[in-house]
Design a protein. Sequence first.
Length: 110
Amino acid sequence: MHELSITQSVVTTVSERLPDATVRRIRLEIGRLSGVAADSVRFCFDMVAEGTPLDGAVLEITESSGRARCRSCGEEFEVNDLLALCDCGSADLELLAGQELLIKEVEVAA
Ligand SMILES: [Zn+2]
């Protein structure tokens, strides 16, 4: 499963940076065009976090919308899937946002 390895990468990244911390809360931002299903990340998280500094942490996920610019007419608009078309009929789109997967915030116990 794609999301399992992504969740493992997030947990590994935080564990390596904060090896002695107890993480209370972690917030991720997942773009709607990233191909990553937030629900699957939630599903994997507790299992992956077990035995790491993130064990028991609350996982919050913010899903961000995609934006694209049409290379034909220059219009900018919101897109929520990769099969988007501009109103002018062009499919020649430059994706500006929505493919990111970011760790936005990590809250550790004092
Ligand atoms: Zn257009």
